[in-house]
Design a protein around this ligand. Sequence first.
Ligand code: HEC
Ligand code: HEC
Length: 351
Amino acid sequence: MSGARRLAWSAGLGILLFGAGYLIHDSGLMSFSFTSEKGGITQIGSQVYTREAMESDRKTHQADRAAPTAGMPVGADGYYSPPSENSIPDSPYGDAVKRGRAIFMETSTMVSEHVGNTLACVNCHLDAGRRENSAPMWGAYVRYPAYRSKTKSISTIEDRIKGCFTYSMNAQGSPSGQPPPAGSDIYRDLTTYFYWMADGASTGEKLPGSGYPKLKKPEEDYDVMRGQTVYAQNCALCHGADGQGQRDPDSGVVFPPLWGPNSYNWGAGMARIDTAAGFIKANMPLGKPFSLTDQEAWDVAAFVDSHERPKDPRQTGTLEEARVEFHDGEESFYGKAVNGKVVGGGTEQED
Ligand code: HEC
Ligand code: HEC
């Protein structure tokens, strides 16, 4: 097969798998299909409460304060159900929601000044930031401001977005070299989009499906070599044997890179093996969530995160100093040897 045909073929298969995932997801079958190894996910009893019911209860309550307040809309899968995309209002507010959504989906074209790789927010926060167990934006919006040990300070939602620009989007490699400055319209539009998506979500509790699942470290630890086999069998089709992904200009399908100069940098949450394992377990292979065992998810996460990627922008002195200051005790290969070679120095330092 020619390179182009192979690309088209695998992209086509990708769409198929993707479609299958959506069907399963929409039919609510999903909640039955992951009975085994739900690693870290809280099983939730589901009591469907539709958005229409919420809106009607709101009206009733507004007219008569003695009537019960509206609850949180919950779907058949037991998770919060965000408003449908076609309900974004035609108004200045709706326009901001749409701008925020566009930035989220097409980050490197919409706000190229601040993006130093080929990723988009939606690559790690699936389904336009709506997907449960994919750090959905409705789950995030209602949880900030909050104290974070990573920064040892209170983070606002803007701080969290800035963090993803700095590390996940590798802003240091962008034309401006910086994440959007404080108060930028980029944060305003993204936050407006998240607020719209979280309408009706309750604050003050961690909602089921928010963040990525936390997977307990498997008994056999994790292993890069085993991960390589998992990768070849389950991931290379879309992300490429070289991890650089692929882009099909005809279908517009994008398989993002997993390592190398166009990926997230060493300071990113996804560069931590535990975080990547949780994301992968619940979201990859695309369309087949929860199909890998916890062991496979950890192993393949270790394989992905054993590769060189752009440097941690916080590293000003030596690699070892940065490892001690920012990466001590975490599950990552930062500043450690993989197959006899220390990684973490960044893709900029070629040898
Ligand atoms: C390479 C993957 C990746 C990309 C790309 C990415 N993020 Fe994230 N994002 C993460 C990870 C990992 C976390 C941390 C989740 C955790 O702590 O469990 C996170 C957390 C967040 C949070 C907080 C979520 C929560 O529940 O606390 C927000 C908000 C967020 N990202 C927004 C964005 C935005 C906006 C963009 C695009 C500008 C973006 N992210 C791009 C991986 C990514
Ligand atoms: C059917 C194609 C397909 C397969 C197979 C697949 N992925 Fe993905 N992967 C994607 C797509 C597409 C995205 C971006 C999701 C989006 O934008 O909606 C993605 C996103 C990711 C991301 C976050 C974005 C980034 O570039 O870092 C990681 C990490 C990832 N995949 C790892 C894996 C691993 C590990 C496997 C194998 C266990 C795997 N994927 C299998 C298509 C696939």
